[in-house]
Design a protein around this ligand. Structure first.
Ligand code: NAD
Length: 425
C-alpha cells in the first residue's frame, strides 16, 4: 500500500462499484488480477470449497465492503469487511472519520503467543506431578520445537510453561499450559500438534493418564489494544460526550448491556476476520471469555473524558488472527483482502482489527446515545424487508421508501405496500 494515499474518501458510498474499486486500487495498489477477483461472482471456486470442508455442495456469498477513513498508527488503511448486517461498514467509516483529526487509532499487541492445554488425570499426588513437569521445562521446549522447525526458523516456538492443579468433582487434574510464539499464524494446528506429541511424555513422567490436548481460545497472551480520542467538537459537543459516557457506563455495570456492547465490537472484528479467512469463532470465543475473566461479564472497551473534555476510548481483547495458515493463504478472496489491508505482519494486522472494533463500538454508542440505532439501520434494513416480501428490481427502492416514510419497517406492511404498487401498474 502506498503510504501517501489517504483512506479518507468522501462519498465512497455514492460511487458506482467500478469507481469504488478504482479508489481501492488507488489507495491499496491492487493488481488487475486482484480487481478481477473482486469483480468475479465466483469468489471461492468449488474445487477449493470441496477441499476446505467435508460434504461441500456450493459456497455461500456474504457482502464484502470497504471501511474508509481509518488511520491506524499513522498509516491510512482501507479495511475489507465481510458481513450480512447493514450499517456496520458505514458506522466504522463514520467513527474513523470523526477521530482522524486527533490522530486516528494507536495500537499495540502484547505478544503473538498461544496457549495449548494438556490434561493429566489419575494422580494421587497432583502437586508432586506438577513439580515434576516444571522441572523438565527445557526437555519440553525441545519436544515442542521439534514439532515445528519452520516456526522455530521464523523466530517462533516454545516460550514458557505453566502447570495448574485443578480440583474437580472427578478428582484433581493437572493441567499443563505450553505457551508458544506462533508469529504470523493463528497457531491452532501448530500448538495442537505440540500438545499431542508432548502428552504421553507428561503422563509417563507423572505416572498419570493423559486426556485432552488442545489449544485454549482464551488467548490472553495475544492481547490487542487500540485507543483513540474523539474531539468533542467533532462529535457534536459536550452533551454528546456525556451522553456517550452514560451509555458506556451502563455496560460497565450490567452484563445484559455489556453483552450487546461487546456484540457491537464483534460486528467489526468478525467482519474483518471473515474477509481475511480467519477463524471468527476462535476470536469470538476468546473475546467473550476475556470479557468474563474478572468473574463478571464486562465490556471490552472503556470510555473516559480527557482533561480537554474530549472522549477517549480504548479497547483490549485477545485476537488470535493469522496471516498464514488455515484458510487465509488458500482462499483467494482472503488474499485480496489482505492485500487491501497492506499489512506486513500480524502485529500490524491485529492493531487494525482492534481499531475497527473500537470504531464500531464508538459508532453504536453514539447512535444509541443520540438518535437510536434504528435510524441508521433503516434504509438498508427496509430494502431487505422489501426483498423478503417479494419486491424485485425498482420495486425494492419504492417499497423501502414507503416503509421508511410510514416509519413501519415490517414484513406485513411491505407485502401490503408491494401489492398496492403492483395494483397501480
Ligand atoms: P497452519 O497449521 O495451517 O499454519 C501454521 C504453520 O505455518 C506454522 O506452524 C508454521 O510451520 C508455518 N508458517 C509459515 N510461515 C509462518 C509465519 N510467518 N508465522 C508463523 N508460522 C508460519 O495454521 P495454524 O495457524 O496453526 O491453525 C489455524 C487453523 O486451525 C484455523 O483454520 C483454525 O480454524 C483451526 N483450528 C482452530 C481450533 C480452535 O480455535 N479451537 C482448533 C483446531 C483447529
Amino acid at each position: 500500500m502506498s503510504e501517501q494515499k489517504s483512506s479518507r474518501i468522501g462519498g465512497f458510498y455514492k460511487l458506482s462499484r467500478e469507481e469504488r474499486l478504482d479508489a481501492v486500487k488507488d489507495v491499496s495498489g491492487l493488481a488487475q488480477e486482484d480487481l478481477d477477483r473482486l469483480l468475479s461472482t465466483e469468489s471461492l471456486p468449488f474445487e477449493l470449497a470441496d477441499r476446505l470442508v467435508e460434504n461441500a455442495v456450493s459456497s455461500f456469498g456474504v457482502p464484502l465492503g470497504i471501511a474508509t477513513n481509518m488511520l491506524v498508527d499513522g498509516r491510512d488503511v482501507l479495511v475489507p469487511m465481510a458481513t450480512e448486517e447493514s450499517s456496520v461498514i458505514a458506522a466504522a467509516s463514520n467513527a474513523a472519520r470523526q477521530c482522524r483529526d486527533s490522530g486516528g487509532f494507536h495500537t499495540s499487541l502484547s505478544a503473538t503467543e498461544m496457549i495449548a492445554q494438556i490434561q493429566v488425570l489419575g494422580l494421587s499426588d497432583p502437586w508432586a506431578g506438577r513439580a515434576k513437569i516444571l522441572e523438565r521445562k527445557s526437555e519440553i521446549a525441545q519436544i515442542c520445537n521439534g514439532c515445528d522447525p519452520m516456526l522455530v526458523k521464523l523466530g517462533g516456538g516454545f516460550r514458557d510453561l505453566q502447570v495448574r492443579v485443578l480440583p474437580s468433582s472427578r478428582g484433581s487434574m493437572v493441567v499443563t499450559h505450553i505457551i508458544v510464539d506462533t508469529k504470523d499464524a493463528m497457531g491452532a494446528n501448530a500448538v495442537n500438534t505440540m500438545a499431542e506429541r508432548l502428552a504421553p511424555t507428561l503422563a509417563s513422567w507423572t505416572g498419570g493418564r493423559h486426556h485432552l490436548r488442545i489449544l485454549s481460545n482464551l488467548a490472553d497472551r495475544r492481547l490487542a489494544r487500540a485507543r483513540a480520542v474523539w474531539p468533542k467538537d467533532a462529535i457534536g459537543g459536550t452533551e454528546i460526550v456525556d451522553a456517550m459516557l452514560d451509555a458506556a457506563e451502563f455496560a460497565e455495570v450490567d452484563p445484559y448491556r455489556a453483552a450487546t456492547h461487546n456484540k457491537g465490537i464483534m460486528n467489526g472484528i468478525s467482519s474483518v476476520a471473515l474477509a481475511t479467512g480467519n477463524d471468527t469463532r476462535a476470536i469470538e470465543a476468546g473475546a467473550h471469555a476475556y470479557a468474563a475473566t474478572s468473574g463478571a461479564y464486562r465490556p471490552l472497551s472503556h470510555y473516559e473524558k480527557t482533561a480537554e473534555g474530549d472522549l477517549a476510548g480504548s479497547i483490549e481483547l485477545p485476537l488470535a488472527l493469522g496471516l498464514v495458515g488455515g484458510a487465509t493463504k488458500v482462499h483467494p478472496m482472503a488474499q485480496v483482502c489482505l492485500k487491501i489491508l497492506g499489512v506486513q505482519n500480524v502485529v500490524e494486522f491485529s492493531g487494525i482489527v482492534a481499531a475497527v472494533g473500537l470504531a464500531q463500538n464508538f459508532a453504536a454508542l453514539k447512535a444509541l446515545a443520540t438518535v437510536g440505532i434504528q435510524k441508521g439501520h433503516m434504509t438498508l434494513h427496509a430494502q431487505n424487508v422489501a426483498i423478503a416480501a417479494g419486491a424485485t428490481g425498482e420495486e425494492i427502492a419504492q417499497v423501502a421508501a414507503e416503509l421508511a416514510r410510514r416509519g413501519e419497517v415490517r414484513g406485513d406492511v411491505a407485502e401490503t405496500v408491494l401489492a398496492e404498487i403492483r395494483a397501480k401498474t
